[in-house]
Ligand binder design. Structure first.
Ligand SMILES: [Zn+2]
Ligand SMILES: [Zn+2]
Length: 140
């Protein structure tokens, strides 16, 4: 009967590599949205003059956004447009759409304007942006 081979403890770099955090493929520009989705995301310079993949408006200096990975390949998108696409319409978020048995009211605002409304709803509700001071002030 043979002795089981003794496994020497070595400095095995492969073992350590297995525990590396996965690289976040999300790329963003402008202000960083304080969401787990953006943890470890890569900041890039704002693609000024690029066409937003959702609202077709141009990306302007000072806009915040990301590069869509929701079916549009490599298109820069405004943050608000992305959130509008990901979270649903303002009416949906208010619980006033067909999901809740209601008839969704018509919303003539542009996709981007609806996105801005979605962001405002999130901010009002959760203060999801990292600055927490605003919350108290807005109450008054
Ligand atoms: Zn847009
Ligand atoms: Zn809905």
């Amino acid at each position: 009967m043979t002795e089981p081979m003794e496994i020497e403890e070595t400095d095995n770099p492969v073992e350590d590599d297995q525990y590396q955090e996965p690289v976040n493929p999300v790329v963003y520009f402008g202000a960083k949205w304080d969401s787990p989705q953006f943890d470890g995301a890569t900041e890039v310079s704002t693609p000024v003059g690029g066409v937003c993949g959702y609202c077709s408006e141009l990306i302007d200096d000072g806009d915040a956004g990301t590069f869509s990975n929701f079916g549009i390949v490599n298109a820069p998108v405004h943050l608000e447009c992305m959130l509008r696409a990901a979270l649903g319409s303002p009416a949906h978020l208010r619980g006033e759409c067909s999901c809740s048995g209601a008839e969704e009211p018509e919303d003539n605002r542009s996709w981007r304007e609806q996105g801005a409304a979605v962001i405002q709803m999130i901010l009002d509700k959760q203060g999801i942006f990292s600055n927490t001071d605003n919350k108290e002030q807005e109450q008054g």
